[in-house]
Ligand binder design. Structure first.
Ligand code: UD1
Length: 368
C-alpha cells in the first residue's frame, strides 16, 4: 500500500475544514488525520466531532495551550516524532495557526513535502502571529492551494519552485455541506425569539484585540451602543479577558459561551449584521448574504470589502461601531447586490484532491 497523506489540524476552524478535506482526499489514497490538540475545550473542539459527525482523528498530539514559542515548539517536537514513525508521502496543512506552522516545519525538515491550503493570504502586518505563520508556510510548501487568483499571482512570482493552484476556499465547501443541517436560531442559547432578524451576531477572539484592554473595552462599549441588540459568542480568551477587566456588560449585549459551527451559522444567517474579528465569519457572512462589520484595520479577504459586503473598523475607532452597524444592517434587505463567487464555488476540496491525484506518487523526497 502507498504511503498515506497526512492531514494536520488543531484549532476550531481547522477541525471543520479538515473534515471535508479528509473525505475528498480519500479519493487520492489513504489519509491519516492528525489533530494537534491546540484546541481542547469541548466548545472549541469536541463539539465539532459530535455535532458535524467529524470522524475521530487517527492521532491526537495533545499539545494544548502555551506561549507562541512553547506551543509551536511542543507541536514541532510532537509532530516530528509522529512523522518519523508514520512517514507520510505528503503533509497537508491548513490556514495560519501555530499548528499550521509547526506541522509544516516538522514535515519539510523531515523531507516530507508540504501542501498549504489557504495559501497566499496576507494582512500586511508582519508582526501578526498568523501573518508570520502564513509567510513561513508559503515559503516552505511545495504545493500552494490559493483561494483566489488575486493572492495566487504574488505566490507564483515569489515562489517559482512551488506549484500554485487556485482552488477556492474550503470554508465554502463546509458551509455548502452544512446548510441543510443548520437549526433555527431559536435553538441557540441566548437568542431571544422576540428579536426576529433584528439583532447583531458578534464574535471577538483575536489576541491583538482581546489582549489589549483599552481596545477590548472600546469595542465592547461600541457594541453596547449598537442600534440593535447584540449576541456575543465568546472564545475562552475573550471570556477570561472580560473577567479580568471586570467589565460590566451593557444591557444591549448578551454574552454567551462559544457556540458550535451549526449554531454560529444559524445566528449569522438570521442576523441583520455580523460584527467580528474572525476571518471565517467574514466569509460566512459574505456567502450567506449578511452584511459584516470587521473590527480590524485590515482584512485578508479584500473582495468581501470591495463588493460592499464587509466594512472594516479599526478597534481604535470603535466609537464608530454603532454607525457602522446601522449602515451594515440597512444593507440587509439587498443581499443579492454582491457577487458571492470570489472564493470559488464550494468545491475547493475536490479540486485539491484532483491536483493531488495527478501528482506523481512516491515516498517523502528525502529521508534523514
Ligand atoms: C488560534 C489561532 C487563530 C485562530 C483561532 C481559531 C494561532 C496563533 N492562533 O487562536 O489564528 O483564528 O485559533 O479559533 O494559532 N484556550 C482555551 N481552550 C482551548 C484553547 C485555548 O481555553 O481549547 C485559551 C487558552 O487560554 C489559550 C488561549 O485560549 O492560551 C489562546 O489559545 P491559542 O490556541 O493559543 O490561540 P487562539 O486564540 O485560540
Amino acid at each position: 500500500m502507498s504511503a498515506p497523506i497526512a492531514l494536520f489540524f488543531g484549532t476550531r476552524p481547522q477541525v471543520i475544514k479538515a473534515s471535508v478535506l479528509r473525505d475528498c482526499l480519500a479519493a487520492v489514497g489513504p489519509v491519516v488525520a492528525v489533530d494537534t490538540g491546540q484546541h481542547y475545550d469541548y466548545a472549541l473542539q469536541r463539539v465539532h466531532y459530535d455535532q458535524l459527525g467529524v470522524r475521530e482523528p487517527d492521532a491526537c498530539l495533545d499539545v494544548g495551550s502555551g506561549s507562541h514559542a512553547a506551543q509551536t515548539g511542543a507541536i514541532l517536537a510532537a509532530c516530528e516524532a509522529w512523522l518519523e514513525q508514520h512517514r507520510p508521502r505528503l503533509a497537508v496543512v491548513i490556514g495560519d495557526t501555530n499548528s499550521t506552522l509547526a506541522c509544516a516545519l516538522a514535515a519539510v525538515k523531515g523531507g516530507i513535502p508540504v501542501a498549504h491550503v489557504e495559501a497566499g493570504l496576507r494582512a500586511g502586518d508582519r508582526y501578526m502571529a498568523e501573518e508570520i505563520n502564513r509567510r513561513v508556510v508559503d515559503a516552505i510548501a511545495e504545493l500552494l492551494f490559493a483561494p483566489c487568483e488575486r493572492v495566487a499571482g504574488p505566490l507564483r512570482d515569489r515562489f517559482p519552485d512551488a506549484r500554485v493552484e487556485v482552488v477556492g476556499d474550503v470554508a465554502h465547501d463546509v458551509l455548502r455541506r452544512a446548510l441543510p443541517r443548520v437549526p433555527p436560531p431559536t435553538s441557540v442559547a441566548g437568542y431571544d425569539p422576540g428579536w426576529g432578524g433584528d439583532f447583531v451576531y458578534a464574535t471577538l477572539h483575536r489576541a491583538e484585540l482581546v489582549d489589549a484592554p483599552a481596545r477590548l473595552r472600546s469595542v465592547m462599549d461600541g457594541l453596547g451602543r449598537s442600534p440593535l441588540p447584540c449576541l456575543l459568542a465568546t472564545h475562552p480568551r475573550t471570556a477570561a479577558a472580560l473577567a479580568q477587566l471586570g467589565y460590566a456588560t451593557q444591557p444591549r449585549v448578551r454574552v454567551v459561551e462559544p457556540v458550535g459551527y451549526l449554531e454560529s451559522i444559524a445566528l449569522a444567517r438570521h442576523a441583520a449584521a455580523v460584527v467580528t474579528d474572525s476571518g471565517g465569519l467574514q466569509r460566512e457572512a459574505y456567502w450567506l448574504g449578511v452584511p459584516c462589520v470587521t473590527v480590524r484595520a485590515e482584512t485578508e479577504w479584500l473582495e468581501t470589502v470591495q463588493c460592499g459586503a464587509n466594512r472594516l473598523i479599526a478597534p481604535e475607532h470603535a466609537s464608530g461601531l454603532p454607525g457602522a452597524i446601522a449602515d451594515a444592517a440597512s444593507g440587509r434587505r439587498a443581499p443579492d447586490s454582491w457577487d458571492r463567487g470570489a472564493y470559488g464555488d464550494g468545491h475547493a476540496a475536490e479540486r485539491i484532491a484532483g491536483v493531488l491525484s495527478r501528482r506523481p506518487q512516491g515516498a517523502a523526497s528525502s529521508s534523514r
